[in-house]
Design a protein around this ligand. Structure first.
Ligand code: ZN
Length: 249
């Protein structure tokens, strides 16, 4: 894997933690790799990432991994509130509204090599390879519904729930009943929160709840995005929740 060190961004500071445990994927939403590199290296923009991958698969290192690059912004996952301090940010040269509106094979091939390398180097759990849309579901939608998460699942570079027996699902249903949690929305919020999502804004705000659900779908259910009924979505989240409960690591 070749890394290009020709361009550097000064938009970084000191990590507040030595432990790197997340890899966060983004898209640039800019028309070209040149525009994106210029943007991420311009001090006035106060944003950056560690790596950016072009449509033709070139990997540029803009910020040294030991520094805290500024890619996540206000974000949260499980108990972690400062994702920039504990992650490596990877931007993909993709924009839904420009010519670079496809995830090219070369780009994905390089991304896979980079993820394999970083996952091994920092011993990152595949559950922690996430999109910006997962850690900031009310502000961000990248890497978006076209991003091929399925290619990453197949290579153990991202988490996908396993099949769970009906008996185990029943136990969860009984637990909800015992705790007097009856509405599907409340059950979904509890389960998504356990998975890692910040659900706080969704509790009393319907449009935030919609953003959360759409971002969940674009990561975990993207292929069947339109076909999925609410019941199927609910069962899938139940499976996800249950599958995590049963996974020890
Ligand atoms: Zn982003």
């Amino acid at each position: 894997m070749k890394l290009i060190h020709k361009f550097k961004s000064l938009n970084y500071d000191k990590r507040k933690s030595k432990q790197i445990s997340f890899l966060i994927l983004h898209y640039t939403a800019l028309p070209s790799i040149r525009d994106s590199i210029n943007y991420l290296c311009d001090k006035r923009n106060k944003v950056s990432c560690h790596y950016i991958i072009s449509q033709n698969g070139k990997i540029y290192n803009l910020v040294n991994e030991k520094h805290r690059a500024w890619h996540a912004g206000q974000s949260a996952w499980l108990l972690e509130k400062d994702l920039n301090s504990v992650s490596i940010g990877i931007e993909l040269d993709f924009s839904p509204n420009n010519n670079n509106n496809k995830f090219s094979l070369l780009l994905i091939k390089s991304l896979i090599s980079l993820l394999k390398y970083l996952k091994k180097k920092y011993k990152i759990n595949k559950k922690n390879i996430l999109g910006h849309s997962d850690i900031a579901p009310y502000r961000k939608i990248d890497p978006g519904e076209k991003f091929p998460w399925n290619k990453l699942y197949n290579l153990h570079l991202s988490y996908i729930p396993k099949k769970v027996s009906l008996n185990k699902l029943k136990k969860i249903r009984i637990w909800f009943k015992k705790n007097k949690i009856y509405s599907n929305k409340n059950k979904i919020l509890i389960m998504l929160n356990f998975i890692g999502y910040d659900v706080s804004k969704s509790i009393n705000n319907q449009s935030s709840y919609k953003s959360l659900i759409n971002n969940y779908k674009s990561h975990y259910l993207q292929k069947s995005k339109k076909k999925y009924s609410n019941t199927k979505l609910f069962t899938f989240i139940e499976r996800h929740f249950c599958s995590l409960l049963l996974t020890k690591t």
